[in-house]
Design a protein around this ligand. Structure first.
Ligand SMILES: [Zn+2]
Ligand SMILES: [Zn+2]
Length: 254
């Protein structure tokens, strides 16, 4: 697998960090992990094959993770590059995802689900095993963030595990869910003294890392308080494994 960081930021506008969005190349196809408002532009900017994107994972309904989904559907409906496309696009996420898409669609005459190709919306619940793409096995975990928020675990053909927490508070069960990950893409919203329980600060993130010992740990969803801080060095003082600070445009082999 290969991971490209498209947006390592949050809902707060930031000059170097776009809203949450990541691109994962698997042996079964490509997956967009969350669709922040900048998703379409960032895929094009990184010269990724967005006209043939196979699946989109939406972790929860906060707009920093969802705001680019319907504009992308509007984009591929009219883009010259997608008029001849026949392969389906699967959009997968928590219960209520279809309603979210339809609410935008119904607000105007968009026809977002009438595409040159088939668009399939798949809703999954916590603890459920499913295929994000045919042959790409996945499971979801309910994170302490919003009532619908889900972490995602994917297993590719080579048996390597990839885990994406998206937004989450601290939970011992999260480390269990992430155990064995070759790469763990985890949120680390705050440096210290977090003001809310529904996100992680560095010490929380490193506790999870300590308990699940990922091959590589990538910290993302970074609020501006991380600007000008050596995140990897601070992480290294708390956990000896490899910690990488997510930056827009970073590409990692898994
Ligand atoms: Zn967020
Ligand atoms: Zn959120």
């Amino acid at each position: 697998m290969k991971l490209t960081i498209l947006g390592s930021g949050t809902s707060v506008p930031h000059p170097q960090r776009a809203t949450p969005c990541h691109w994962l190349q698997t042996s079964k196809g490509t997956v967009l992990l969350d669709a922040g408002a900048a998703a379409s532009h960032r895929m094009a900017q990184e010269q990724l094959d967005w006209p043939n994107l196979d699946a989109i994972w939406i972790s929860h309904f906060h707009l920093d993770h969802l705001g680019g989904l319907t504009p992308f559907l509007f984009g591929v409906k009219w883009a010259p590059q997608t008029q001849g496309r026949t392969r389906p696009l699967r959009i997968c996420g928590p219960q209520g995802l279809r309603q979210m898409v339809e609410a935008v669609d119904d607000s105007y005459d968009y026809g977002l689900l009438e595409q040159p190709f088939k668009v399939e919306i798949m809703e999954v619940g916590p603890g459920e095993a499913f295929e994000l793409l045919p042959g790409l096995s996945a499971s979801a975990f309910s994170t302490p963030h919003t009532k619908e928020s889900l972490a995602l675990r994917l297993k590719d053909d080579d048996s390597k595990l990839f885990v994406y927490t998206s937004d989450t508070g601290f939970s011992d069960d999260l480390a269990q869910f992430a155990k064995g990950a070759a790469l763990l893409l985890m949120e680390c919203s705050f440096r210290r003294d977090k003001r809310v329980q529904k996100h992680l600060e560095l010490a929380d993130a490193m506790r999870v890392a300590h308990d699940c010992t990922p091959g590589k740990l990538v910290l993302t969803h970074l609020y501006p308080e991380w600007d000008n801080v050596d995140l990897a060095a601070e992480a290294g003082a708390l956990w000896p494994g490899e910690t990488i600070e997510a930056k827009d445009g970073l590409v990692l082999e898994i």
